[in-house]
Design a protein around this ligand. Structure first.
Ligand code: SAM
Length: 232
């Protein structure tokens, strides 16, 4: 099992997580068994802190309903709930979702959160819709985040927002396997996945420095924020 002894990204930057090339030893890195395995240990995998681009962008929005796809242990879900949103955390890992639900309970926001086990590659809104659909550091194989953006967009209410953030395959990540680098993206690539009726508010790389093992690492948060037109 992957223990995260030295790469537990408890500061929530994900950089050291991805710097360890799981693909070399875990060919099914993109499959649910791999993530269930990661969430099966005793320690938290992520910090519990909200992702910085979420805080930056969602703080400007009026709270309503939200969906967080690839929610992991629920740090973003809990922060949104604490800001007054009603939040559904979605992930394909049942073990991740169980942890997230426990964390939400401990944070006292279980009445404003619920959970949905779903594979983002086949995401179907199935009639559900939200004022904010967000996804942070979900990296699907073979460039499939563009398709996922279209799927997630279908779950956005008129006047609502879609926020997708992930790693760009920047310098820090050159040591990773080709398959992992192909799963990363720059924000402009995702714009192609937006259906008609969305206006792009942000599609940019946002540089961020994080410190790992005493070393400062420069990464980019690939950040797409789009708004569905049709309501004020
Ligand atoms: C790097 S973690 C990010 C977790 C959380 N968003 C955060 O920022 O802390 C990626 C998450 O995406 C989930 N995930 C990966 N592939 C997925 C897929 N195809 N469908 C749904 N969830 C997926 C994993 O289980 C994991 O919880």
């Amino acid at each position: 099992m992957h223990t995260h002894a030295d790469d537990t990204p408890r500061t929530h930057d994900h950089s050291t997580d991805d710097a360890t090339d799981h693909a070399a030893t875990e060919p099914d890195f993109f499959e649910v068994a791999s993530w269930d395995d990661r969430y099966d240990g005793d320690d938290s995998v992520w910090s519990g802190n909200p992702n910085p681009q979420l805080v930056t962008e969602a703080s400007k929005l009026k709270p309503g309903s939200a969906l967080d796809v690839g929610c992991g242990e629920g740090g973003d879900v809990i922060w949104l709930a604490q800001q007054g949103w009603h939040v559904t955390g979605a992930d394909f890992s049942a073990k991740g979702l169980a942890r997230a639900a426990q964390h939400a309970k401990e944070a006292g926001v279980d009445d404003r959160t619920d959970w949905w086990q779903v594979d983002a590659r086949e995401f179907d809104a199935a009639g559900r819709s939200y004022d904010l659909v967000t996804s942070h550091f979900l990296h699907l194989p073979d460039g499939r985040m563009v398709d996922a953006v279209g799927r997630f967009a279908s779950a956005v209410n008129p006047g609502g927002h879609l926020l997708v953030v992930g790693h760009s395959p920047a310098a820090h990540f050159t040591q990773l396997s080709e398959s992992k680098r192909r799963a990363m993206f720059v924000a402009e690539e995702l714009v192609a996945g937006l259906p008609d009726g969305f206006e792009v508010i942000v599609a940019e790389q946002r540089p961020r420095s994080v410190v790992r093992d005493g070393k400062t690492i420069d990464i980019d948060d690939s950040t797409l924020l789009a708004r569905r037109t049709g309501a004020e």
